[in-house]
Design a protein. Structure first.
Ligand code: CA
Length: 565
């Protein structure tokens, strides 16, 4: 089944996101029994999607020959909700989280459309499906006059999605829900997660029927492959080349191949991993590989790896035949939020980092946080440090979410919405200032001190990952922001508490202050010789570039940093 042109998905909740129908049907049966009406539990599967009031009327008319009064409906539905909540923990539908993540990775907007008004499940959505269903992308029982099978809930969903029916799919597990989806004009996918026979769905004419959520998840993973789509759109027959390193080739390529086997048969060049190989000798091997493979100026390079690979593959793309296009697939969190976006490419020259290079933006950056699941914890923290920086300079709300970051670091797939937001911010800033004349300098927030700490730790033989040094440099920059720009000191304390909890200490002490000042003076991003250039903050989201604090200010800030940490 093809999903070309699909921009939004309207998604039912009970029986789709949560395996909750077994508890709903039991709660209905027990509540009715308390009112002296014996019902077959399975019949409630068939009423799924109708509002509670409509279900009560249906049974009253059948058993008692009259409609229920408003008072009866209210009281019976209240009791049913109480029984449902007593039945304990609500389970996630197996496969549903990955199904949602695949849709979001493909850029498809997700909107919740449920007949339920139950606070107990709605309240859990943010935790179980982070970022997928913000408050303005939910249609619940409280938002509609007519419940399913009337199309109204899905028509409201289309409004919230801002898409036409032709661009929208509906995911439903109940026949009445499928009827509502079909009536709204959307391409409606039925998933049989309950005990309803397939025939009951066929009668409603869905576009397709899937036997389980896992089956739908697998279909999406096959059909909504953003890497394959990018290669098909941008690449020409025989002109797509993969640049990677031998570690990534072993660890990450099989992961990509699981959903797109053809990736393995594209011609590829794997350089030796590690920063020490980010040099002109490796570069020459890449140029030779491309020349010998018959690459023309229409070639597309797909750079799959960490910052070292995307920097070198990007430089190859900038230079080969005077420039070809590239796509970056970062396999580290740091690479995703830092090197892969923005168009800085290059190689080291001896001990000089990124001494030879060019600005060359990728056509597309493809983020798949599942690739980060095997990274060492320190590597994740390194990327997280750059994310904190991005939030601080450009998006206070993102920054607040990151301050509660511990659960995200335990499972990097939970970071996906925040990683996407960081990439978006970096893209906006670098597009506004591609060659770093102005606002792009804001991205250096925390880096003046961070780079000095990174260099010092390397000198001492106790190297720290880049983003961890930056996370420490940010605290010094926040202190300077308070001293010089009057930023509220509460931000210093919040950040310090997070730093203490999530990040390791690094091997610098107050005895190192003189050396740190020297290293800051050597930083190549200085605007005035010997006087370090800082980006500081008036408040989170309000960056001020080109600040030149005095050596005494920097010494004071470092003293406070060492005292506070
Ligand atoms: Ca449902």
């Amino acid at each position: 089944m093809q999903f070309k042109g699909i921009r939004a998905a309207l998604i039912d909740m009970d029986g789709v996101l949560y395996d909750s129908m077994k508890y709903h049907t039991l709660a209905w049966q027990r509540m009715m029994a308390e009112y002296g009406v014996e019902c077959d539990r399975d019949e409630f599967y068939l009423y799924e999607g109708m509002t509670g009031a409509a279900t009560i009327d249906l049974i009253f008319e059948r058993e008692l020959g009259r409609k229920a009064s408003d008072e009866e409906k209210r009281e019976m539905y209240r009791r049913k909700t109480e029984l449902f909540n007593e039945l304990g923990r609500k389970e996630l539908m197996p496969g549903a989280q990955e199904m949602i993540a695949t849709l979001r990775r493909a850029g498809i907007r997700t909107v919740l459309v449920t007949g339920s008004g139950q606070g107990s499940l709605l309240g859990r959505l943010d935790e179980d499906y982070p970022g997928a269903f913000p408050a303005d992308r939910r249609v619940t029982a409280h938002d509609v006059t007519h419940g399913k099978p009337d199309p109204e809930p899905y028509l409201r969903g289309l409004e919230k999605a801002g898409t036409s029916p032709e661009e929208t799919i509906v995911i439903e597990n109940a026949p009445l829900g499928v009827r509502a989806g079909v009536a709204s004009g959307c391409r409606t996918l039925a998933v049989t997660t309950g005990s309803i026979p397939r025939e009951a769905f066929e009668a409603e004419n869905p576009a397709a029927i899937f036997p389980s959520m896992e089956a739908l998840r697998d279909e999406f993973a096959r059909e909504l492959n953003v890497l394959r789509d990018a290669v098909e759109r941008l690449g020409e027959e025989g002109q797509v080349f993969i640049i990677t390193d031998s570690n990534v080739e072993r660890l990450a390529l099989p992961r990509l191949a699981a959903e797109w086997p053809e990736v393995m048969s594209l011609p590829r060049m794997a350089v030796e991993p590690g920063e020490e190989n980010k040099n002109i000798a490796s570069m020459t091997r890449i140029w030779e590989f491309m020349a010998e493979s018959g690459a023309t100026r229409h070639a597309l390079l797909v750079n799959i790896g960490g910052g070292m690979v995307t920097d070198m593959g990007g430089f190859a793309a900038a230079t080969f035949k005077r420039g070809v296009r590239c796509v970056n697939v970062p396999t580290t969190l740091l690479g995703a939020v830092d090197a892969a976006t923005g168009g800085k490419t290059g190689v080291d020259l001896g001990s000089y980092k990124n001494e030879v290079g060019a600005f060359h933006s990728p056509e597309k950056v493809i983020i798949d946080c599942r690739l980060f699941g095997t990274l060492p914890h320190e590597e994740l923290l390194s990327g997280f440090g750059e994310m904190l920086k991005t939030g601080l300079i450009a998006d206070p709300e993102l920054y607040s979410r990151l301050l509660e970051g511990a659960p995200m670091l335990a499972d990097p797939t939970r970071l996906e919405p925040e990683v996407m937001r960081c990439v978006e911010i970096k893209r906006e800033i670098t597009q506004a200032d591609p060659t770093e004349k102005g606002i792009r300098k804001a991205l250096n927030f925390g880096h003046t001190v961070g780079h000095a700490m990174e260099s010092l730790c390397l000198e001492k033989g106790t190297p720290v990952p880049h983003g961890i040094a930056v996370a420490h440099g940010i605290l010094v920059a926040l202190i300077l922001s308070h001293l010089i720009l009057g930023m509220d000191s509460a931000h210093i304390y919040r950040y310090r508490d997070m730093l203490r909890t999530l990040f390791p200490r690094i091997g610098v002490s107050c005895a190192d202050v003189p050396r740190l000042l020297v290293l800051m003076g050597h930083d190549k991003k200085n605007s005035r010789a010997g006087r370090p250039n800082f980006t500081l903050l008036r408040a989170p989201g309000e960056a001020v570039i080109d600040c030149n604090p005095s050596a005494q200010d920097i010494r004071d800030a470092l003293d406070i940093y060492f005292t506070e940490l």
